[in-house]
Design a protein around this ligand. Structure first.
Ligand code: C2E
Ligand code: MG
Ligand code: MG
Ligand code: MG
Length: 284
């Protein structure tokens, strides 16, 4: 395999698909050229206000239409991109693209959420990448929310924290994604001022099925977020029962198939009646 200019210097294949190393190698080689071949694109999933159901933001979710492998799920290629550090250039592209789209097409109160992997955050250049994405797009930093998972605190927690603090100093906000599903220590909630805690779909599903544990956990997270001056977003709300339960539990925002699937940029623009983006963008 060519371990070349793309920059992958370590290849830790251990966790994934041992039996299928060959398939993985082929996927990695394709992923290496995905950016230049324009095979990546972003879909956007609406985030709505739990009370008013107004769209208050979108989460950018990367998609890969590979000429060789067809459409590949991020659940499969993001871990691979992280292992090979290809996530760094991919993540830079995602950030720029998402900021461009938000600045060009959506009303000024609509936020854009962008997922950032630990490997990206730990790059010394990360804050510079954010500054560039903001200045090249002209996006108000207040509209950019970076999503990280608890996994960023597993390695160089203090470096990760500094990088996020630099982003906050720019005016961006930070959300804690998939809360409660990873390795959790609550200690970092003392040290880092997240704006939002995203409650994972597992708890949402459990709550709608009246699981006492899921209900208790969501209630506790909502209360804790509230005391810490943070908001909550319920993830993966798929139906009316789940939405109703989440509203009763007091989550601030909701995201899920019930309110909108991840969709191409052109469809996301239609939500605001702006099919073509740019021109009608701003009424003075
Ligand atoms: P995530 O950040 O937790 O994103 C939410 C995932 O839940 C998305 O999966 C979304 O399509 C899915 N989802 C949303 N609503 C529902 C629902 O109602 N029901 C169910 N069952 N699922 C729902 P997706 O797009 O496959 O992305 C998977 C993960 O890949 C993301 O999880 C995120 O961790 C990662 N990812 C996606 N895009 C990026 C990216 O640009 N950069 C990085 N670093 N990671 C990304
Ligand atoms: Mg996310
Ligand atoms: Mg999530
Ligand atoms: Mg999740």
């Amino acid at each position: 395999r060519a371990k070349d200019a793309g920059g992958g210097e370590h290849c830790d294949y251990e966790p994934l698909l041992h039996a299928n190393a060959e398939e993985k190698r082929r996927l990695e080689n394709s992923l290496r050229s995905a950016l230049e071949k324009n095979e990546l694109l972003l879909h956007y999933q609406p985030v709505v206000d739990a009370k008013t159901e107004e769209v208050v933001g979108f989460e950018a979710l990367v998609r890969w239409n590979s000429s060789e492998h067809g459409s590949v799920s991020p659940a499969k290629f993001i871990p691979l991109a992280e292992d090979t550090r290809l996530i760094v250039p991919i993540g830079t592209w995602v950030l720029q693209q998402a900021c461009n789209e938000a600045a060009a097409s959506w009303p000024e109160n609509v936020k854009i959420n962008v997922n950032v992997s630990p490997e990206q955050l730990l790059e010394p250049e990360f804050a510079t990448t954010v500054v560039r994405a903001l200045s090249q797009s002209g996006l108000d930093p207040k509209r950019l929310e970076i999503e990280v998972t608890e996994s960023i605190f597993l390695r160089d927690a203090s470096i990760a924290r500094k990088a996020l603090e630099q982003c906050m100093a720019l005016g961006c906000s930070v959300a804690l994604d998939d809360f409660g599903t990873g390795y959790s220590s609550l200690g970092y909630l003392r040290k880092l001022k997240f704006s939002t805690i995203k409650v994972d779909r597992i708890f949402v599903q459990g709550a709608a099925q009246h699981s006492p544990e899921s209900l208790a956990i969501i209630r506790a997270v909502v209360a804790m977020a509230d005391s810490l001056g943070m908001t909550t977003t319920a993830e993966g709300v798929e139906n009316d029962d789940e939405a109703e339960m989440i509203r009763q539990l007091g989550c601030t925002k909701i995201q899920g198939f019930h309110f909108g699937r991840p969709m191409p940029a052109a469809d996301a623009r239609l939500i605001f009646g702006r099919p073509h983006g740019g021109p009608e963008r701003k009424k003075a």
